[in-house]
Design a protein around this ligand. Structure first.
Ligand code: GDG
Length: 456
C-alpha cells in the first residue's frame, strides 16, 4: 500500500480525533492505518520578518507537517481569496464576492509556501491528496518543482456553473490549475457537470467515453465521490444516554411538545434567516402548533473577521429575538438560539431527541449534519429530515422532505407535514435513508477516491 500524503488548509488534531468531525476522523484513521503525512497551516500568524521552519512532528506512523502564515498571508490568502472570493463564488453568491488583486497574489504566495514545505518530505511512491478550495493551485506548484507523484484533489464545496465562475477574474487560470491534478473529486453530479461544461466550453477539452477529460497528451479523471459519515460511530454516540438531554426531553414529553433542530456553522450559505422565518410562518399558518413545538438552532461561530459573517450574526440575533417577542408565552420559548459550540456527543443526543431535523442551506457541497441527523434516529420512533434541494446531500437522500430554502411558505408547509407524519411513514423513510447513508459512508468515500488515485 502506498504512503498517503494529505494536504489541507488546517490539520486535524491527530491525538484527539475521536472528538472532531467525521471527515477529520475518517482521514486520520486512514492515515494511521497506512502511515503517512498530513500537512497544513498551524493556525498561527507571525510578522513578515520572522522566518520559522515548518514544524515536523511524528504521531505514531503519521508525520504532521505544519507551517505558520504571516499576518499578510492570513489576510490575503485565508480571509481574502479563500473566504471572500472563492467561498461566496463557489456558493453562487456573486453579490458577496470581494475580489482584490492582492488577495490573488497572497493565495498564490501561500500555495507556493505549501509546496516548498511539502517537497522535502515527499517520497517517490507517495500518493498526494489535496483538499478543498484553499489550495487549488498546489498541484501546479508541485509539478513546477519536479514532483512526479500522482496527485488527487477533492472539493468539499460546490463547483458553480460556468456563467457564475466567469464573473471572477482569472477563472480560466483556476480551472487550468485544477487540470494539473490526476484525479478530481466532487461531491455531486451537478458539480462534476459544471466543471465538464466549463472545460468543454472555455478550454476546448474533450470528454472521453469513461468520463476522463483529455488535456493535451494526458487525461484527468474527474468523478463524483459523495462524502459520508462513520454511521456506526454516530449511532453509538446517539444511543449513549445523555443525562442533561434526557431531563430536557422528559420535560417536553410531559408538556406534549416537539422539537425541531438545526445545527450549522454560522455561515450565510446555510440559509439561517429564511429558516427562522419559515418557523415563524409555521406558527402563523398553523396556530395549533403554538406551544406544541420549539426550534433549537445551534449556530457555531466561524470566520468572524469577514464582514459578511458579522452581518449574518446580527441579523439572526434580531430575528430570533423578534420571533420570541411575538409568540413566546411565560412557559414557552419558541426559538432557542445558541451561538456556540456543543460537544459532539450532546449533539448526537439532541438529534435523537428532536422530531425534525431542519437542514436548509441555500447551497452546500454535501452537508454532513443531514446524514448525522438520520444516523441518530431510533427505528422505533424516528424523526423526519427536512432538507434543502440545494444541499449536495439531496441528490442522494430522496426520502427526506425536500424543500426550496428560498421559499418560506414551502418550508413551513413541510415542517407541518414532518411534525404530523404518521409513524409508519416515518419508519419507511428512515429505513430507506439509513440504507443510503450506509452505502455512501465515510469508508466508501475514502476507498473509492483512493482506489482511483492509486490505480488510475
Ligand atoms: C464543508 C462543506 C461538506 C457543527 N456545529 C457543531 C458541530 N458541527 C459539526 C457537524 C458536522 C460539521 O460540523 C459540519 O459539516 P457540514 O457538512 O454540515 O458543513 P461545513 O462545515 O460547511 O463543511 C459541506 C463538508 O465540508 C464535508 O465535505 O459536507 O458541504 O461546506 O459534522 O456536526 N460539531 C460539534 N459542535 C457544534 O456546535 N461538536
Amino acid at each position: 500500500m502506498k504512503r498517503l500524503v494529505v494536504v489541507s488548509n488546517r490539520v486535524a488534531d491527530l491525538k484527539r480525533s475521536a472528538q472532531s468531525g467525521g471527515l477529520a476522523v475518517g482521514l486520520a484513521d486512514s492515515l494511521k492505518r497506512r502511515g503517512g503525512v498530513w500537512m497544513g497551516w498551524d493556525g498561527q500568524t507571525m510578522r513578515a520578518d520572522e522566518q520559522p521552519e515548518p514544524r515536523i512532528r511524528k504521531i505514531g506512523d503519521v508525520t504532521q507537517v505544519t507551517i505558520p502564515l504571516t499576518e499578510e498571508d492570513y489576510a490575503q490568502y485565508y480571509l481574502g481569496f479563500s473566504n471572500s472570493v472563492l467561498w461566496p463564488l463557489f456558493h453562487y453568491r456573486l453579490d458577496l464576492v470581494d475580489y482584490k488583486t492582492v488577495y490573488l497574489e497572497g493565495y498564490r504566495r501561500v500555495t507556493s509556501k505549501f509546496a516548498d514545505a511539502l517537497l522535502p518530505v515527499l517520497e517517490p511512491d507517495d500518493l498526494i491528496w489535496i483538499h478543498d478550495y484553499h489550495l487549488i493551485p498546489l498541484a501546479a506548484e508541485l509539478r513546477q518543482r519536479g514532483c512526479k507523484q500522482r496527485i488527487g484533489y477533492f472539493l468539499h464545496i460546490p463547483f458553480p456553473p460556468p456563467e457564475v465562475l466567469a464573473a471572477v477574474p482569472r477563472h480560466r487560470w483556476l480551472v487550468e490549475s485544477l487540470l494539473e491534478y490526476d484525479v478530481l473529486g466532487f461531491q455531486t453530479n451537478t458539480d462534476l457537470g459544471n466543471l465538464q461544461h466549463y472545460v468543454e466550453e472555455n478550454l476546448g477539452c474533450k470528454m472521453e467515453a469513461n468520463g476522463r477529460i483529455a488535456v493535451g497528451d494526458r487525461s484527468v479523471h474527474a468523478g463524483c465521490f459523495p462524502i459520508g459519515i462513520d454511521v456506526d460511530a454516530f449511532v453509538a454516540m446517539a444511543e449513549q444516554p445523555n443525562e442533561e438531554v434526557q431531563i430536557e426531553t422528559q420535560r417536553r414529553e410531559i408538556l406534549g411538545r416537539k422539537q425541531i433542530i438545526g445545527v450549522d456553522r454560522l455561515d450565510y450559505t446555510k440559509g439561517l434567516p429564511d429558516r427562522l422565518r419559515a418557523f415563524a410562518r409555521l406558527l402563523e399558518l398553523y396556530p395549533e402548533m403554538r406551544k406544541s413545538v420549539a426550534l433549537m438552532q445551534i449556530a457555531t461561530p466561524t470566520r468572524e473577521e469577514v464582514e459578511a459573517y458579522v452581518e449574518i450574526r446580527t441579523e439572526l440575533e434580531a430575528l430570533s429575538g423578534s420571533i420570541n417577542g411575538r409568540f413566546a408565552d411565560f412557559n414557552w420559548t419558541p426559538v432557542r438560539y445558541i451561538h456556540g459550540i456543543v460537544p459532539r456527543d450532546a449533539l448526537a443526543a439532541l438529534f435523537r431527541a428532536s422530531q425534525v431535523g431542519l437542514v436548509t442551506p441555500l447551497r452546500d457541497g454535501m452537508n454532513l449534519v443531514a446524514k448525522e441527523y438520520i444516523a441518530a434516529q431510533s427505528m422505533e420512533n424516528p424523526g423526519v429530515l427536512v432538507l434543502s434541494k440545494f444541499a449536495g446531500a439531496a441528490e442522494d437522500l430522496r426520502e427526506a422532505l425536500i424543500v426550496n430554502p428560498f421559499d418560506v411558505d414551502d418550508m413551513a408547509r413541510n415542517l407541518c407535514r414532518a411534525l404530523t407524519m404518521p409513524l409508519e411513514e416515518r419508519q419507511q423513510r428512515q429505513r430507506a435513508l439509513m440504507k443510503r447513508i450506509r452505502e455512501h459512508d465515510n469508508a466508501h468515500w475514502l476507498k473509492s477516491f483512493l482506489s482511483v488515485l492509486e490505480n488510475g
